[in-house]
Design a protein around this ligand. Structure first.
Ligand code: KG4
Ligand code: ZN
Length: 361
């Protein structure tokens, strides 16, 4: 199987070819990601109109390069898989329409992929993980814990009731005058800070549901920052370190709950695993906390390489292969209309107040 994947749901223009020969290990034959960070940096976040226009300008060349790099001719591709939601609708339209045009011209099937499914199935591409497993997705637009039971069978166990975690990092950075994207800069500043100086709240800690909340923490950071104007470099470092410690602590508590639930619901699973995905997974304090929680609960901790954890098209091509293989690719292609909101799990009700409202929303 050879699938061309296209991803344009946010501020990365990406195309990739992934191949799978029988039962062997899948191969990422090409994986090209063009980040638009520079185009959005001046605005402190992603501007949807700029993103859509940048996708239009770049996508043809990126697809051509992905095909050329892979050594697979378009004629030998089995299907085109494109992100059809959730995300910024302008970008989704560009990606899906381009995919439809290529598929129609080449006479290939088109598979509309849910971006979250791409993240959810990546660990099977990189680590050959068996179902079921638990996924923690922490990016600029999403903060979710999902039980990944099978291809097309996902159960969202937790989501954020307000901000996404990456969004909380980005807003914290903005308040402290650190450049966009905030996450890496907050982490860098935190390295020289005192994590005990500010006693920030640990949102939702101890709550029976494993859901997340970050807006109260963000307010606490704002209050601390405005109380000490002008902020010295050390103040900024201390706030960042204290914020990061609060986030790691709250996240650890939420994840511990989800691990316990997984044990209850899948008692026969011999080697349960927690997979992390999303840009925030790059944070080493957060990673260390998750590793500790997993070790304590007897879970293995799977963190795919960062470039496959953040937005990319290899995960979309792979989701296409998984759907083809499972016979779930019929009838969802050419008629599919991009969906800015598209929950992975149609059963769990949307959280009040949740959504994609942040820098990457
Ligand atoms: O997955 P991603 O590249 O894009 C989407 O949101 O879809 O995630 C980007 C997010 C941004 O909010 C960024 O600030 C955050 O991930 N991030 C980090 C770190 N690196 C990126 N947050 C905390 N620590 C980091 N080292
Ligand atoms: Zn993503």
């Amino acid at each position: 199987m050879r699938v061309l994947g296209i991803e344009t749901s946010c501020d990365e223009t990406a195309a990739s070819v992934v191949t799978l020969d029988g039962d062997s290990v899948p191969v990422i034959a090409s994986n090209i990601v063009l980040s638009q960070i520079e185009e959005h940096a001046a605005f402190g976040g992603v501007v949807p109109e700029i993103a859509a226009r940048a996708h239009v300008e770049a996508l043809d060349g990126i697809v051509e390069a992905a095909l050329a790099d892979s050594g697979v001719a378009l004629a030998d591709i089995d299907a085109i898989a494109a992100t059809a939601g959730p995300g910024l609708v302008g970008g989704l339209i560009v990606g899906l329409m381009t995919a439809k045009a290529i598929a129609a011209a080449a006479g290939k099937p088109l598979i509309a992929i849910n971006h979250l499914e791409g993240h959810a199935l990546t660990a099977r591409l990189t680590d050959g993980l068996d179902f079921p497993y638990l996924l923690l997705l922490v990016s600029g637009g999403h903060t979710q814990i999902v039980a990944v039971r099978d291809v097309g069978d996902y159960q969202r166990w937790a989501t954020t009731i307000d901000d996404a975690l990456g969004e909380a990092f980005d807003k914290t950075a903005k308040m402290l005058g650190l450049p966009y994207p905030g996450g890496p800069n907050v982490e860098k500043a935190a390295a020289t800070g005192d994590a005990t100086r500010f006693a920030f709240p640990r949102p939702m800690k101890g709550s029976a549901q494993p859901d997340f909340s970050f807006s109260g923490l963000k307010t606490a950071v704002r209050q601390a920052a405005t109380a000490i104007q002008p902020l010295s470099e050390q103040d900024v470092a201390d706030i960042c370190a204290s914020f990061q410690a609060a986030v790691a602590d709250a996240l650890g508590d939420r994840v511990a709950r989800a691990l316990a639930r997984f044990r209850e619901e899948f008692p026969d699973k011999a080697k349960p695993a927690l997979v992390v995905a999303g840009g925030v997974a790059a944070n080493s304090t957060i990673k260390a906390t998750l590793q500790k929680q997993c070790a304590e609960a007897g879970f293995s901790f799977v963190a795919p390489p960062l470039k496959l954890c953040t937005d990319n098209a290899a995960m979309i091509a792979w989701a296409g292969i998984e759907r083809l293989r499972a016979g779930l690719s019929q009838g969802n292609g050419f008629d599919f209309v991009p969906r800015s909101r598209w929950p992975l799990d149609s059963i769990s009700a949307p959280m009040i107040g949740s959504g994609r409202r942040g820098a990457k929303a």
